[in-house]
Design a protein around this ligand. Structure first.
Ligand code: UDX
Length: 456
């Protein structure tokens, strides 16, 4: 399906949201479209900028975001996104006007703008310049649909729930979610600015299509539900990282030494632990995790990024006795080359926060998961992993004993073995979807045709 014969590459402008879990799929999408004959321009904030020298095939358009001095920690994310949306619109419009003006000179007309659903300023500029725009959704459709469910429950005054004990209850008519799986807490009043943000995040406004980093067979029902509200073409072409070659997208330095350590471990023996790029835990939970991992008696590799503990270096906060055990049968690093780690034969399980990229990366390698969701889509992903796709285990709570038992069950029990077999089956299903005749393969073909047919 290579279309490298396209003579004049049409330009596609991509606007990623500047967080790891969002930048990665957008850059991967850029690579996929580049391999189909488009020229790729990345309009990005200066904050968390991707490294242009890693991706010499793309051009980069840095946008002044005026975030210097702003608190960009997890607790201030809503504000950060609002500052970006306010400040990046003018510089982005300037770039786009220049590109449109130069089209005739360089012979590369802009086909469309593809923007992360959080970067709404890009859609405003596209409208003003009468350019088509396409939204990228970096999560599952099931997660997006869960917001509709939440809005409905709010409208019917069914949330906030009067008591914590009701969190375990199933939500009527929304298989398979329980109140505790909703992306926002169901027992408290949600602040209005959060609801306002979500309402606009859920809207695709005037965009011509939606691209999803998901697969039809995983997310079919929710895709159908959303299609009723959004009557534009959907292209589910995930998992992006398997549709593109391994391109460097990490914002933090990867510590590749852990791969040589994995080389020395027995097949399927290591539990890999990571809570992704954004989640924050407190010191008590960090220590409980450490004790649970240590008591499981399995070899482990743990990615403890510096910002995991709000404000203090997480690795330095690990107890001394745990660090001693690490020397005997584990490894702790700040940031791993995760896709390579999950593809390593020594890795037999993944204790994860269930961010969607991590989830996909694990399922693609047939690695079963222990689900420790922290917020938002992670809760919905965890429910699907454990209850629908059945390739993961639910943690009873994130306490020491529950972590210890879950690791033992996953790594050395018959129950764990059954989950591993299902994970391997899932891996093969995903492979089928990206190969010729598979749903993601076909969807990508339709996406390329769609972009090519946009008026230039
Ligand atoms: C955020 C949200 O937390 C997540 O729920 C949403 O789906 C996307 O945005 P994040 O916390 O970054 O994501 O998690 P995830 O989606 O899993 O992305 C993390 C990325 O960082 C993955 O691609 C993973 O491979 C990479 N990673 C993580 C590393 O390369 N090394 C590490 O040590 C840890």
């Amino acid at each position: 399906m290579e279309t490298s014969g396209v003579e004049k590459r049409r330009g596609v402008v991509l606007v990623p949201c500047p967080f790891q879990g969002h930048i990665t799929p957008m850059l991967q999408l850029g690579w996929i479209l580049h391999s189909k004959g488009f020229s790729i321009h990345i309009a990005h904030t200066k904050f968390n900028s991707p490294n242009p020298s890693n991706l010499p095939h793309f051009t980069f358009l840095p946008l002044s975001d005026y975030l210097d001095g702003c608190d960009t920690s997890f607790h201030n994310l809503l504000n950060v996104m609002s500052v970006i949306n306010t400040n990046c619109e003018a510089p982005f419009q300037e770039y786009m006007m220049k590109m449109v003006g130069e089209e005739e000179v360089c012979g590369q007309p802009v086909a469309c703008i593809i923007y992360d659903s959080i970067m709404q300023f890009a859609e405003a500029v596209a409208n003003r310049l009468k350019l088509p725009s396409i939204v990228l959704r970096t999560t599952t459709a099931a997660y997006m649909h869960s917001h509709n469910v939440m809005f409905q429950l709010l409208a019917e005054n069914l949330v906030p729930l009067p008591a914590e004990s009701q969190l375990e209850a199933a939500i009527p008519q929304v298989y398979p979610l329980r109140f505790k799986d909703l992306p926002l807490p169901a027992t408290i009043e949600i602040p209005q600015p959060v609801l306002d943000f979500l309402h606009s995040y859920m809207d695709i406004r005037s965009s011509s299509a939606v691209i999803w980093n998901t697969m039809d067979q995983l997310d079919h029902w929710a895709l159908q539900q959303l299609q009723q509200d959004w009557p534009v073409p959907f292209f589910s072409i995930g998992p992006f990282h398997k549709m593109a070659p391994a391109i460097p997208t990490s914002l933090l330095e990867e510590e590749s030494g852990c791969l040589s350590w994995l080389d020395k471990q027995a097949p399927n023996s290591v539990i890999y632990v990571s809570l992704g790029s954004l989640a924050i835990i407190d010191e008590k939970k960090l220590i409980e995790m450490a004790r649970g991992i240590a008591k499981s008696e399995q070899p482990f590799l743990w990615a403890v990024r510096p910002s995991l503990l709000n404000g203090s270096d997480a690795i330095k906060s690990l107890p001394e006795d745990f660090m001693k055990i690490t020397q005997e049968r584990g490894m702790v690093v700040q940031w791993t080359p995760q896709k390579k780690v999950l593809a390593h034969p020594a890795v037999g399980g993944f204790l994860t926060h269930c961010g969607w990229n991590s989830t996909l990366e694990s399922m693609c390698e047939g690695v079963p998961l222990i689900c420790m969701p922290c917020f938002s889509d992670q809760l919905v992903n965890a429910r699907y992993l454990t209850y629908v796709w059945r390739v993961g285990m639910e943690l009873e709570n994130a306490g020491e004993r529950s972590i210890q038992e879950a690791i033992r069950t996953l790594m050395v029990s018959e129950e764990g073995d059954a989950i591993r077999q299902r994970a391997l089956h899932m891996k093969r299903e995903i492979e089928r979807s990206i190969n010729e005749g598979g749903s993601s393969y076909d969807s990508l073909y339709r996406l390329v045709e769609f972009i090519t047919s946009l008026p230039g």
